[in-house]
Design a protein around this ligand. Structure first.
Ligand code: FAD
Length: 491
Protein backbone atom coordinates (compact mmCIF):
# COMPACT_ATOMS: atom_id res chain seq x y z
CA UNK A 1 0.00 0.00 0.00
CA UNK A 2 1.79 3.14 -1.16
CA UNK A 3 -1.10 5.63 -0.97
CA UNK A 4 -0.16 7.77 -3.98
CA UNK A 5 -2.84 10.08 -5.26
CA UNK A 6 -2.90 10.61 -9.00
CA UNK A 7 -4.54 13.69 -10.44
CA UNK A 8 -6.56 12.25 -13.30
CA UNK A 9 -5.65 9.03 -15.12
CA UNK A 10 -2.89 10.24 -17.38
CA UNK A 11 0.64 8.98 -16.58
CA UNK A 12 1.84 12.55 -17.04
CA UNK A 13 -0.25 13.93 -14.14
CA UNK A 14 1.24 15.09 -10.84
CA UNK A 15 1.58 12.51 -8.06
CA UNK A 16 0.88 13.62 -4.50
CA UNK A 17 2.61 11.82 -1.68
CA UNK A 18 3.70 12.62 1.86
CA UNK A 19 7.40 11.72 1.64
CA UNK A 20 9.63 11.40 -1.42
CA UNK A 21 12.92 9.57 -0.90
CA UNK A 22 15.40 10.09 -3.75
CA UNK A 23 17.99 7.35 -4.36
CA UNK A 24 17.61 3.60 -3.70
CA UNK A 25 21.02 2.69 -2.29
CA UNK A 26 21.03 1.06 1.15
CA UNK A 27 20.22 4.45 2.78
CA UNK A 28 17.14 5.18 0.67
CA UNK A 29 15.88 1.60 0.78
CA UNK A 30 16.13 1.35 4.58
CA UNK A 31 14.49 4.73 5.04
CA UNK A 32 11.62 3.94 2.65
CA UNK A 33 11.05 0.53 4.28
CA UNK A 34 10.82 2.02 7.77
CA UNK A 35 8.53 4.81 6.53
CA UNK A 36 6.33 2.33 4.71
CA UNK A 37 6.03 0.28 7.92
CA UNK A 38 5.40 3.33 10.10
CA UNK A 39 3.04 5.08 7.74
CA UNK A 40 0.88 2.04 7.01
CA UNK A 41 -0.92 2.65 10.26
CA UNK A 42 -2.02 6.06 9.03
CA UNK A 43 -3.18 7.52 5.75
CA UNK A 44 0.26 8.78 4.75
CA UNK A 45 2.43 7.60 1.92
CA UNK A 46 6.00 7.30 0.66
CA UNK A 47 7.60 7.11 -2.80
CA UNK A 48 11.19 5.95 -3.40
CA UNK A 49 12.68 7.04 -6.72
CA UNK A 50 15.87 5.55 -8.20
CA UNK A 51 17.61 6.87 -11.32
CA UNK A 52 19.13 3.51 -12.28
CA UNK A 53 17.43 0.29 -13.37
CA UNK A 54 18.49 -1.58 -10.24
CA UNK A 55 18.56 -0.98 -6.50
CA UNK A 56 21.60 -0.98 -4.21
CA UNK A 57 23.67 2.00 -5.44
CA UNK A 58 27.28 1.25 -4.47
CA UNK A 59 26.36 -2.36 -3.64
CA UNK A 60 27.11 -4.37 -6.76
CA UNK A 61 27.62 -8.15 -6.48
CA UNK A 62 28.55 -10.13 -9.57
CA UNK A 63 28.77 -13.83 -10.36
CA UNK A 64 29.86 -16.08 -13.22
CA UNK A 65 31.39 -19.51 -13.76
CA UNK A 66 31.41 -20.45 -10.08
CA UNK A 67 32.83 -17.09 -8.91
CA UNK A 68 30.96 -14.51 -6.84
CA UNK A 69 32.52 -11.11 -6.12
CA UNK A 70 31.76 -7.57 -5.07
CA UNK A 71 32.50 -4.45 -7.09
CA UNK A 72 31.64 -2.02 -4.28
CA UNK A 73 31.36 -2.77 -0.55
CA UNK A 74 32.71 -6.25 0.07
CA UNK A 75 31.71 -6.97 3.67
CA UNK A 76 30.13 -5.34 6.70
CA UNK A 77 30.73 -5.04 10.40
CA UNK A 78 27.80 -7.00 11.82
CA UNK A 79 26.14 -4.26 13.88
CA UNK A 80 22.76 -5.31 15.38
CA UNK A 81 20.70 -2.79 13.32
CA UNK A 82 22.08 -4.19 10.06
CA UNK A 83 21.75 -7.83 11.16
CA UNK A 84 18.19 -7.24 12.34
CA UNK A 85 17.32 -5.73 8.97
CA UNK A 86 18.84 -8.77 7.24
CA UNK A 87 16.76 -11.08 9.46
CA UNK A 88 13.60 -9.05 8.97
CA UNK A 89 13.72 -9.27 5.16
CA UNK A 90 14.16 -13.06 5.34
CA UNK A 91 17.91 -13.35 4.80
CA UNK A 92 19.05 -14.68 8.20
CA UNK A 93 19.94 -18.05 6.67
CA UNK A 94 21.96 -16.31 3.94
CA UNK A 95 24.34 -14.61 6.38
CA UNK A 96 27.97 -15.69 6.12
CA UNK A 97 30.63 -14.58 8.60
CA UNK A 98 34.36 -14.47 8.00
CA UNK A 99 36.60 -15.95 10.68
CA UNK A 100 37.53 -12.98 12.88
CA UNK A 101 40.94 -14.54 13.53
CA UNK A 102 42.01 -14.52 9.87
CA UNK A 103 45.30 -12.61 9.71
CA UNK A 104 45.35 -9.22 8.01
CA UNK A 105 48.64 -8.32 6.35
CA UNK A 106 50.60 -5.19 5.61
CA UNK A 107 53.18 -5.35 2.82
CA UNK A 108 56.27 -3.75 4.29
CA UNK A 109 59.77 -3.78 2.77
CA UNK A 110 59.14 -6.79 0.56
CA UNK A 111 57.25 -8.94 3.08
CA UNK A 112 53.64 -9.62 4.04
CA UNK A 113 53.63 -9.02 7.80
CA UNK A 114 50.58 -9.78 9.98
CA UNK A 115 48.84 -6.79 11.55
CA UNK A 116 48.92 -7.16 15.36
CA UNK A 117 45.31 -7.49 16.52
CA UNK A 118 45.95 -7.19 20.28
CA UNK A 119 48.43 -5.34 22.54
CA UNK A 120 50.27 -8.61 23.29
CA UNK A 121 50.53 -9.43 19.55
CA UNK A 122 51.84 -5.89 18.96
CA UNK A 123 54.71 -6.50 21.40
CA UNK A 124 55.99 -9.43 19.32
CA UNK A 125 55.14 -7.97 15.92
CA UNK A 126 57.94 -7.65 13.33
CA UNK A 127 55.96 -4.82 11.72
CA UNK A 128 57.15 -2.32 14.37
CA UNK A 129 60.65 -1.66 15.73
CA UNK A 130 61.32 -1.69 19.51
CA UNK A 131 61.43 2.12 19.45
CA UNK A 132 58.17 2.24 17.52
CA UNK A 133 56.47 -0.08 20.02
CA UNK A 134 57.66 1.95 23.03
CA UNK A 135 56.48 5.15 21.40
CA UNK A 136 53.04 3.64 20.69
CA UNK A 137 52.78 2.32 24.26
CA UNK A 138 53.50 5.78 25.67
CA UNK A 139 50.61 7.18 23.64
CA UNK A 140 48.23 4.33 24.43
CA UNK A 141 48.71 4.98 28.14
CA UNK A 142 48.04 8.68 27.73
CA UNK A 143 51.58 10.12 28.12
CA UNK A 144 51.27 12.38 25.10
CA UNK A 145 50.97 16.09 24.46
CA UNK A 146 47.41 17.37 24.97
CA UNK A 147 45.36 17.95 21.82
CA UNK A 148 46.13 21.29 20.17
CA UNK A 149 43.43 23.94 19.97
CA UNK A 150 42.94 23.27 16.26
CA UNK A 151 41.46 20.32 14.39
CA UNK A 152 44.01 17.61 13.60
CA UNK A 153 44.44 15.59 10.42
CA UNK A 154 44.49 11.81 10.73
CA UNK A 155 48.31 11.90 10.47
CA UNK A 156 48.66 14.60 13.13
CA UNK A 157 46.33 12.88 15.60
CA UNK A 158 47.86 9.40 15.32
CA UNK A 159 51.45 10.68 15.16
CA UNK A 160 50.85 12.58 18.42
CA UNK A 161 49.19 9.52 19.97
CA UNK A 162 51.19 6.58 18.62
CA UNK A 163 54.23 7.93 16.79
CA UNK A 164 55.30 8.15 13.14
CA UNK A 165 56.07 4.47 12.71
CA UNK A 166 52.53 3.35 13.55
CA UNK A 167 51.21 6.04 11.22
CA UNK A 168 53.36 4.96 8.24
CA UNK A 169 52.92 1.21 8.70
CA UNK A 170 49.36 0.88 10.02
CA UNK A 171 47.30 4.09 9.88
CA UNK A 172 48.20 5.07 6.29
CA UNK A 173 47.19 1.66 4.87
CA UNK A 174 44.11 1.41 7.11
CA UNK A 175 42.93 4.85 5.93
CA UNK A 176 43.36 3.66 2.33
CA UNK A 177 41.36 0.55 3.18
CA UNK A 178 38.37 2.38 4.65
CA UNK A 179 38.21 5.72 2.81
CA UNK A 180 40.70 5.34 -0.05
CA UNK A 181 41.75 8.49 1.78
CA UNK A 182 44.79 10.64 2.47
CA UNK A 183 45.95 10.92 6.13
CA UNK A 184 47.12 14.49 5.42
CA UNK A 185 43.68 15.65 4.30
CA UNK A 186 41.18 13.72 6.41
CA UNK A 187 40.01 15.10 9.74
CA UNK A 188 40.71 12.70 12.64
CA UNK A 189 37.53 13.61 14.51
CA UNK A 190 35.35 13.27 11.40
CA UNK A 191 36.95 10.16 9.88
CA UNK A 192 37.63 8.24 13.12
CA UNK A 193 35.24 9.82 15.63
CA UNK A 194 35.22 6.87 18.01
CA UNK A 195 39.00 6.66 18.33
CA UNK A 196 39.45 10.43 18.49
CA UNK A 197 36.67 10.65 21.11
CA UNK A 198 38.41 8.16 23.42
CA UNK A 199 41.14 10.63 24.33
CA UNK A 200 38.64 13.41 24.97
CA UNK A 201 36.41 11.31 27.19
CA UNK A 202 38.80 8.95 28.97
CA UNK A 203 42.24 10.60 28.78
CA UNK A 204 44.00 7.79 26.89
CA UNK A 205 43.24 5.45 23.99
CA UNK A 206 43.81 2.29 26.05
CA UNK A 207 41.65 3.31 29.05
CA UNK A 208 39.06 4.64 26.59
CA UNK A 209 38.93 1.42 24.60
CA UNK A 210 38.36 -0.63 27.78
CA UNK A 211 35.68 1.72 29.13
CA UNK A 212 33.92 2.11 25.81
CA UNK A 213 33.71 -1.67 25.38
CA UNK A 214 32.09 -2.00 28.81
CA UNK A 215 29.70 0.90 28.45
CA UNK A 216 28.39 0.44 24.89
CA UNK A 217 24.74 -0.63 25.05
CA UNK A 218 23.82 -2.62 21.93
CA UNK A 219 20.23 -3.00 20.72
CA UNK A 220 18.95 -6.59 21.08
CA UNK A 221 19.84 -8.94 18.24
CA UNK A 222 17.14 -10.84 16.34
CA UNK A 223 16.90 -14.47 17.56
CA UNK A 224 16.99 -15.49 13.87
CA UNK A 225 20.70 -14.58 13.70
CA UNK A 226 22.28 -17.86 14.83
CA UNK A 227 24.97 -18.10 16.02
CA UNK A 228 25.45 -14.41 16.92
CA UNK A 229 28.66 -13.00 15.41
CA UNK A 230 31.79 -12.80 17.53
CA UNK A 231 33.99 -9.74 17.87
CA UNK A 232 36.09 -9.05 14.79
CA UNK A 233 33.96 -11.09 12.41
CA UNK A 234 32.81 -9.52 9.15
CA UNK A 235 29.62 -10.38 7.32
CA UNK A 236 28.31 -10.87 3.82
CA UNK A 237 25.50 -12.91 2.20
CA UNK A 238 25.75 -16.23 0.36
CA UNK A 239 25.16 -14.73 -3.07
CA UNK A 240 26.68 -11.36 -2.32
CA UNK A 241 25.56 -8.16 -0.64
CA UNK A 242 23.07 -7.34 -3.39
CA UNK A 243 20.68 -9.85 -1.78
CA UNK A 244 19.90 -7.24 0.90
CA UNK A 245 18.80 -4.33 -1.36
CA UNK A 246 16.91 -6.76 -3.58
CA UNK A 247 15.03 -8.24 -0.61
CA UNK A 248 14.10 -4.77 0.70
CA UNK A 249 12.93 -3.77 -2.79
CA UNK A 250 10.63 -6.83 -2.83
CA UNK A 251 8.98 -5.62 0.35
CA UNK A 252 8.59 -2.09 -0.95
CA UNK A 253 6.50 -3.13 -3.96
CA UNK A 254 5.13 -0.14 -5.89
CA UNK A 255 6.63 2.34 -3.39
CA UNK A 256 9.82 1.93 -5.47
CA UNK A 257 10.13 3.49 -8.92
CA UNK A 258 13.16 2.46 -10.98
CA UNK A 259 14.53 4.66 -13.79
CA UNK A 260 13.07 7.72 -12.11
CA UNK A 261 15.81 10.33 -12.13
CA UNK A 262 15.20 13.48 -10.07
CA UNK A 263 16.12 16.46 -12.22
CA UNK A 264 14.53 19.47 -10.57
CA UNK A 265 13.39 20.53 -7.13
CA UNK A 266 11.23 23.54 -6.23
CA UNK A 267 8.97 24.83 -3.47
CA UNK A 268 5.49 26.11 -4.19
CA UNK A 269 2.24 26.38 -2.23
CA UNK A 270 3.81 25.06 0.99
CA UNK A 271 4.96 21.85 -0.72
CA UNK A 272 8.00 20.52 -2.50
CA UNK A 273 7.77 19.71 -6.18
CA UNK A 274 10.20 17.18 -7.60
CA UNK A 275 10.56 16.61 -11.32
CA UNK A 276 11.62 13.16 -12.53
CA UNK A 277 12.72 11.88 -15.92
CA UNK A 278 11.01 8.48 -16.25
CA UNK A 279 10.60 5.94 -19.07
CA UNK A 280 7.12 7.45 -19.57
CA UNK A 281 8.48 10.98 -19.83
CA UNK A 282 8.71 13.80 -17.33
CA UNK A 283 6.69 13.46 -14.06
CA UNK A 284 6.11 15.85 -11.16
CA UNK A 285 5.66 14.65 -7.60
CA UNK A 286 4.55 16.91 -4.75
CA UNK A 287 5.39 16.09 -1.15
CA UNK A 288 5.55 17.57 2.33
CA UNK A 289 8.92 15.97 2.96
CA UNK A 290 11.79 15.22 0.63
CA UNK A 291 14.84 13.18 1.64
CA UNK A 292 17.92 13.13 -0.60
CA UNK A 293 19.99 9.95 -0.20
CA UNK A 294 21.95 10.57 -3.42
CA UNK A 295 25.70 11.37 -3.42
CA UNK A 296 26.63 14.91 -2.32
CA UNK A 297 27.49 16.10 -5.85
CA UNK A 298 24.01 15.04 -7.09
CA UNK A 299 22.31 16.70 -4.10
CA UNK A 300 24.39 19.84 -4.75
CA UNK A 301 23.05 20.07 -8.32
CA UNK A 302 19.44 19.48 -7.22
CA UNK A 303 19.65 22.18 -4.52
CA UNK A 304 21.42 24.81 -6.60
CA UNK A 305 18.38 27.09 -7.01
CA UNK A 306 16.38 26.12 -3.92
CA UNK A 307 19.17 26.36 -1.32
CA UNK A 308 22.44 27.73 -2.79
CA UNK A 309 24.26 27.65 0.57
CA UNK A 310 23.51 23.96 1.14
CA UNK A 311 24.40 23.27 -2.50
CA UNK A 312 27.80 24.94 -2.08
CA UNK A 313 28.58 23.00 1.11
CA UNK A 314 27.67 19.72 -0.58
CA UNK A 315 29.73 20.51 -3.68
CA UNK A 316 32.83 20.93 -1.49
CA UNK A 317 32.92 17.24 -0.49
CA UNK A 318 35.63 15.49 -2.55
CA UNK A 319 34.97 12.05 -4.05
CA UNK A 320 38.21 10.64 -5.55
CA UNK A 321 37.98 7.82 -8.11
CA UNK A 322 38.56 4.18 -7.16
CA UNK A 323 38.82 1.12 -9.40
CA UNK A 324 38.07 -2.40 -8.15
CA UNK A 325 39.90 -5.08 -10.14
CA UNK A 326 38.85 -8.69 -9.56
CA UNK A 327 41.32 -11.38 -10.61
CA UNK A 328 41.40 -15.13 -9.96
CA UNK A 329 44.38 -17.50 -9.96
CA UNK A 330 44.81 -21.27 -9.64
CA UNK A 331 46.06 -22.43 -6.24
CA UNK A 332 49.36 -23.64 -7.77
CA UNK A 333 50.68 -20.08 -8.16
CA UNK A 334 49.71 -18.98 -4.63
CA UNK A 335 51.20 -19.58 -1.17
CA UNK A 336 49.89 -22.84 0.31
CA UNK A 337 47.73 -22.86 2.30
CA UNK A 338 46.44 -19.37 1.60
CA UNK A 339 44.78 -18.09 4.76
CA UNK A 340 44.07 -14.44 5.45
CA UNK A 341 41.78 -11.49 5.15
CA UNK A 342 43.94 -9.65 2.64
CA UNK A 343 46.78 -7.17 2.51
CA UNK A 344 47.16 -3.40 2.57
CA UNK A 345 50.09 -1.52 1.08
CA UNK A 346 51.45 1.65 2.76
CA UNK A 347 51.88 4.44 0.21
CA UNK A 348 55.60 4.66 0.99
CA UNK A 349 56.17 1.20 -0.57
CA UNK A 350 55.76 2.63 -4.07
CA UNK A 351 52.92 0.39 -5.32
CA UNK A 352 49.79 1.78 -6.92
CA UNK A 353 47.41 -0.84 -5.48
CA UNK A 354 45.95 0.32 -2.16
CA UNK A 355 45.15 -3.16 -0.98
CA UNK A 356 43.78 -6.57 -1.94
CA UNK A 357 41.06 -8.64 -0.30
CA UNK A 358 41.55 -12.37 -0.47
CA UNK A 359 37.82 -12.74 -1.09
CA UNK A 360 37.67 -16.52 -1.42
CA UNK A 361 39.45 -16.95 1.95
CA UNK A 362 36.80 -14.80 3.63
CA UNK A 363 33.46 -16.19 2.52
CA UNK A 364 32.25 -19.51 1.10
CA UNK A 365 31.25 -19.90 -2.55
CA UNK A 366 33.47 -17.11 -3.90
CA UNK A 367 35.61 -19.28 -6.24
CA UNK A 368 35.49 -22.81 -7.70
CA UNK A 369 37.62 -25.50 -6.07
CA UNK A 370 41.30 -25.09 -6.85
CA UNK A 371 41.08 -21.31 -7.47
CA UNK A 372 41.21 -18.12 -5.44
CA UNK A 373 39.61 -14.79 -6.19
CA UNK A 374 41.10 -11.39 -5.20
CA UNK A 375 39.59 -7.89 -5.12
CA UNK A 376 42.19 -5.15 -5.51
CA UNK A 377 41.61 -1.42 -5.09
CA UNK A 378 43.51 1.30 -6.93
CA UNK A 379 42.99 5.05 -6.94
CA UNK A 380 41.75 7.09 -4.01
CA UNK A 381 42.83 10.46 -2.67
CA UNK A 382 46.57 9.82 -2.99
CA UNK A 383 46.56 8.48 -6.54
CA UNK A 384 46.73 11.83 -8.38
CA UNK A 385 50.00 12.62 -6.54
CA UNK A 386 51.33 9.11 -7.31
CA UNK A 387 50.63 9.60 -11.03
CA UNK A 388 52.09 13.13 -11.07
CA UNK A 389 55.29 12.18 -9.24
CA UNK A 390 55.99 9.23 -11.53
CA UNK A 391 54.78 10.85 -14.74
CA UNK A 392 52.23 8.07 -15.40
CA UNK A 393 48.62 8.55 -16.55
CA UNK A 394 46.02 9.27 -13.85
CA UNK A 395 43.59 6.49 -12.92
CA UNK A 396 40.77 7.85 -15.07
CA UNK A 397 43.02 7.82 -18.16
CA UNK A 398 43.89 4.10 -17.79
CA UNK A 399 41.90 1.56 -19.81
CA UNK A 400 40.29 -1.41 -17.98
CA UNK A 401 43.01 -3.66 -19.50
CA UNK A 402 45.77 -1.37 -18.20
CA UNK A 403 44.25 -1.31 -14.71
CA UNK A 404 43.95 -5.11 -14.65
CA UNK A 405 47.52 -5.52 -15.94
CA UNK A 406 48.85 -3.11 -13.32
CA UNK A 407 47.12 -4.99 -10.50
CA UNK A 408 48.31 -8.35 -11.88
CA UNK A 409 51.92 -7.15 -12.06
CA UNK A 410 51.83 -5.87 -8.48
CA UNK A 411 50.12 -9.04 -7.18
CA UNK A 412 52.77 -11.10 -8.98
CA UNK A 413 55.46 -9.31 -6.95
CA UNK A 414 53.60 -9.36 -3.65
CA UNK A 415 51.63 -12.62 -3.48
CA UNK A 416 52.22 -15.05 -6.35
CA UNK A 417 54.83 -17.74 -5.75
CA UNK A 418 55.49 -18.34 -9.47
CA UNK A 419 54.44 -16.65 -12.72
CA UNK A 420 50.76 -17.12 -13.46
CA UNK A 421 48.13 -15.70 -15.76
CA UNK A 422 45.10 -14.19 -14.06
CA UNK A 423 41.50 -14.93 -14.91
CA UNK A 424 40.07 -11.44 -15.35
CA UNK A 425 36.67 -11.49 -13.69
CA UNK A 426 35.73 -7.86 -13.48
CA UNK A 427 36.95 -4.31 -13.51
CA UNK A 428 34.71 -1.62 -12.08
CA UNK A 429 35.62 2.06 -12.07
CA UNK A 430 33.90 4.37 -9.59
CA UNK A 431 34.73 7.86 -10.95
CA UNK A 432 33.43 9.39 -7.70
CA UNK A 433 33.71 6.64 -5.10
CA UNK A 434 33.80 7.49 -1.38
CA UNK A 435 33.16 10.92 0.20
CA UNK A 436 36.21 12.29 2.01
CA UNK A 437 35.76 13.76 5.48
CA UNK A 438 38.46 16.40 5.10
CA UNK A 439 39.45 19.07 7.67
CA UNK A 440 36.40 21.17 8.59
CA UNK A 441 33.97 18.40 7.56
CA UNK A 442 32.01 18.27 10.83
CA UNK A 443 31.60 22.03 10.84
CA UNK A 444 30.48 22.05 7.20
CA UNK A 445 27.94 19.29 7.89
CA UNK A 446 26.56 21.23 10.90
CA UNK A 447 26.20 24.31 8.65
CA UNK A 448 24.52 22.15 6.02
CA UNK A 449 21.95 20.83 8.51
CA UNK A 450 21.31 24.34 9.81
CA UNK A 451 20.88 25.75 6.33
CA UNK A 452 18.46 22.97 5.37
CA UNK A 453 16.41 23.45 8.55
CA UNK A 454 16.18 27.21 8.11
CA UNK A 455 15.98 27.72 4.33
CA UNK A 456 14.19 24.55 3.27
CA UNK A 457 12.41 22.95 6.27
CA UNK A 458 11.05 19.52 5.41
CA UNK A 459 13.92 18.83 3.01
CA UNK A 460 16.58 16.55 4.48
CA UNK A 461 19.70 14.66 3.50
CA UNK A 462 20.49 11.13 4.69
CA UNK A 463 23.64 9.80 3.07
CA UNK A 464 27.12 8.43 3.57
CA UNK A 465 28.85 11.84 3.43
CA UNK A 466 27.33 12.89 6.79
CA UNK A 467 28.84 10.81 9.60
CA UNK A 468 29.96 7.36 8.54
CA UNK A 469 30.43 5.62 5.18
CA UNK A 470 30.00 2.00 6.31
CA UNK A 471 26.85 0.09 5.43
CA UNK A 472 25.96 -0.18 9.14
CA UNK A 473 26.21 3.63 9.44
CA UNK A 474 23.86 4.04 6.47
CA UNK A 475 21.26 1.74 8.09
CA UNK A 476 21.60 3.43 11.50
CA UNK A 477 21.20 6.92 9.98
CA UNK A 478 18.23 5.94 7.78
CA UNK A 479 16.40 4.34 10.71
CA UNK A 480 16.97 7.45 12.84
CA UNK A 481 15.69 9.68 10.03
CA UNK A 482 12.56 7.51 9.60
CA UNK A 483 11.85 7.84 13.32
CA UNK A 484 12.30 11.59 13.17
CA UNK A 485 9.88 11.90 10.23
CA UNK A 486 7.30 9.61 11.82
CA UNK A 487 7.50 11.44 15.16
CA UNK A 488 7.33 14.89 13.60
CA UNK A 489 3.95 14.06 12.12
CA UNK A 490 4.98 15.74 8.88
CA UNK A 491 5.35 12.47 7.07
C1 FAD B 1 34.47 0.79 -3.89
C2 FAD B 1 33.72 0.89 -2.57
C3 FAD B 1 34.01 -0.01 -1.56
C4 FAD B 1 33.33 0.07 -0.34
N1 FAD B 1 33.57 -0.87 0.63
C5 FAD B 1 32.79 -0.91 1.74
C6 FAD B 1 32.85 -2.03 2.63
O1 FAD B 1 33.59 -3.01 2.40
N2 FAD B 1 32.04 -2.02 3.72
C7 FAD B 1 31.18 -1.00 3.98
O2 FAD B 1 30.48 -1.04 5.01
N3 FAD B 1 31.07 0.06 3.14
C8 FAD B 1 31.84 0.12 2.02
N4 FAD B 1 31.72 1.15 1.12
C9 FAD B 1 30.81 2.27 1.45
C10 FAD B 1 29.33 1.91 1.22
O3 FAD B 1 29.23 1.02 0.15
C11 FAD B 1 28.54 3.17 0.89
O4 FAD B 1 28.80 4.18 1.84
C12 FAD B 1 27.04 2.89 0.87
O5 FAD B 1 26.74 1.79 0.04
C13 FAD B 1 26.31 4.15 0.40
O6 FAD B 1 24.93 3.89 0.32
P1 FAD B 1 23.92 5.07 0.06
O7 FAD B 1 22.56 4.49 -0.10
O8 FAD B 1 24.08 6.14 1.06
O9 FAD B 1 24.40 5.73 -1.33
P2 FAD B 1 24.54 5.06 -2.80
O10 FAD B 1 24.84 3.61 -2.70
O11 FAD B 1 25.47 5.95 -3.51
O12 FAD B 1 23.07 5.23 -3.39
C14 FAD B 1 22.60 6.41 -3.95
C15 FAD B 1 21.56 6.06 -5.02
O13 FAD B 1 21.04 7.28 -5.57
C16 FAD B 1 20.81 7.07 -6.96
N5 FAD B 1 20.72 8.37 -7.63
C17 FAD B 1 21.75 9.20 -7.97
N6 FAD B 1 21.26 10.31 -8.57
C18 FAD B 1 19.91 10.19 -8.59
C19 FAD B 1 18.85 11.02 -9.06
N7 FAD B 1 19.07 12.21 -9.63
N8 FAD B 1 17.56 10.59 -8.92
C20 FAD B 1 17.30 9.38 -8.34
N9 FAD B 1 18.27 8.56 -7.88
C21 FAD B 1 19.55 8.96 -7.99
C22 FAD B 1 22.01 6.23 -7.39
O14 FAD B 1 21.75 5.57 -8.62
C23 FAD B 1 22.14 5.28 -6.21
O15 FAD B 1 21.40 4.10 -6.40
C24 FAD B 1 32.36 1.09 -0.12
C25 FAD B 1 32.07 2.00 -1.15
C26 FAD B 1 32.73 1.90 -2.37
C27 FAD B 1 32.38 2.85 -3.49
Amino acid sequence: MSGFVLEGNSPTETIHTQVVVIGAGISGLTLALRLQQGLQQGSRSVLLAEAGNRVGGCISSQSKEGYCWEEGPNSFTPAPALLNLIAEVGLADQLVLADGKLPRYVYWEGELLPVPMSPSAALGSPLLSVGGKLRALRGLLGFVAPPPGREETVRQFFRRQLGSEVVERLIVPFTSGVFAGDVDQLSATAAFPRVAGLEERYGSLFAGALQARRSQPEPPLSPLIQPPPKRGQLGNLRQGLKQLPEAIAQQLGDVLRLRWQATHLKQDGGKYWVQFETPEGSRWVTAERVVLTVPAYVAAALLQELNPQASRLLAEIPYPPVAVVTLAYPEEVLPQPLRGFGHLIPRSQGYRTLGTLWASCLFPGRAPKGYHCFLSFIGGATDAAYARERGVPPLLALSPEERAQLVHEELSQILLTCPGEPIRLGERLWPQAIPQYTLGHRQRMAQLQESLAQQTPGLSVCANYLDGVALGDCVRRAEAMAQEILKSGHG
